[in-house]
Write a protein that binds this ligand. Structure first.
Ligand code: KG4
Ligand code: ZN
Length: 343
């Protein structure tokens, strides 16, 4: 009998629903929340209100696109955390209600585990799209998980067996992109904008401080401060400095972040002897990071896998995929399961 999972993601500012059947993605719908753009960051209260408005239409669209009826769904998987509590509560409450109404199991998913399993999202062959037998990593592999809220290196031994061997002690890499971008007047989220502007800039034009952190941990707060002080000094000399150097500022900042990320990944590979590498999370969409990791792969004989762009950002496809593997193992949650802001 086939297994059909409805996945729900609502940890931050994207409301998403997806359908996975027998390990293949049938649909993945996302409603972005434009409202935060004006505030330079996600406003939690506005995020939860927007989730409330979006969740039913998004689920409806995902089921219609997949051609799946409510009575065909085997289980509902939702993001339990980490994330914004008000946002998580909307997805959790919806999922609990759906599971009770249909008398089907509920599956609680760790958002970060979801990001890693985005590497395993596959779509079925049909008449509309070519066969997409995505290039997937084999176990064990090292995963560099880089998003707006997290920066971690994990050893992934199996779909549901992961060990964190390094993480940021302060800001996440995406946060460094977004916060520095805000300082130079870029809209939120600044990461993709910096990526675009950096293409026309010189990555070696300016240098910013790098962290000296032991082990496989990261730190990005020093870079942010260094960027801020650098600009303060330059703006004193020339108030038009940012406008005149925008592309190179973006390129140099991006270059520094990528170097920091790559250094520890290289160290992790050396330490563990693992040369199978996966990238995951919103920042894995960064073109300079992808290029740098691919270049390193050639030098060090790494095999690198990166999720399709649509599955690097927050999405329910990755939650439904994780739900599918948990379903196979019978890892279900009770109705008393509560969302967790930190996990
Ligand atoms: O995984 P994600 O969608 O949400 C979190 O769980 O945080 O990641 C969002 C982060 C933001 O910080 C955004 O600026 C960053 O990913 N991001 C990028 C790019 N695309 C998204 N950063 C750099 N370059 C990109 N192309
Ligand atoms: Zn995320």
């Amino acid at each position: 009998m086939s297994v059909t999972i409805l996945g729900i993601e609502s940890s931050c500012d994207d409301t998403s629903a997806a359908i996975v059947r027998d390990g293949f993605l049938l649909s993945n719908r996302i409603a972005n929340q434009d409202v935060h753009r004006f505030f330079g960051g996600v406003v939690p209260e506005l995020a939860s209100r927007a989730h409330q408005q979006n969740i039913i239409p998004v689920v409806d669209l995902a089921m219609k696109e997949a051609g799946v009826k409510p009575n065909e769904i085997s289980a509902v998987a939702f993001t339990r955390g980490p994330g914004l509590m008000g946002s998580l509560l909307v997805g959790a409450s919806f999922s609990k209600g759906f599971a009770v109404a249909r008398n089907i199991p509920l599956i609680a998913v760790n958002h970060l585990q979801g990001h890693v399993l985005a590497l395993f999202v596959r779509r079925p062959t049909d008449n509309r799209q070519p066969i997409t037998d995505n290039f997937q990593p084999s176990f064990p592999f090292l995963c560099l998980l880089v998003s707006g809220g997290h920066t971690q290196i994990l050893i992934v031994r199996d779909h549901l067996d992961m060990e964190m061997i390094g993480q940021t002690i302060d800001d996440a890499a995406g946060e460094a992109f977004d916060k520095c971008g805000k300082v130079i007047g870029l809209p939120y989220p600044a990461g993709p904008v910096i990526d675009k502007l950096a293409k026309e800039g010189d990555p070696l034009a300016f240098t910013f401080s790098r962290p000296r952190i032991s082990d496989l941990n990261y730190s990005f707060s020093g870079l942010k401060t260094s960027f801020l002080y650098f600009l303060r000094d330059r703006l004193r000399e020339d108030p038009g400095f940012i406008g005149k150097n925008l592309n190179s500022l973006c390129a140099s900042l991006q270059y520094t972040i990528v170097e920091i990320l790559l250094n520890k990944l290289r160290q992790a590979s050396k330490q563990t002897g693992i040369r199978e590498i996966g990238l995951a999370g919103g920042v894995s969409a960064n073109s300079a990071l992808k290029a740098a990791v691919q270049a390193e792969a050639v030098k060090r004989r790494w095999n690198v896998c990166i999720p399709e762009l649509a599955y690097t950002m927050d999405n329910a496809a990755m939650i439904a995929m994780t739900g599918y593997y948990k379903y196979l193992k019978g890892e279900f949650a009770g109705q008393d399961v509560a969302p967790l802001a930190r996990m």
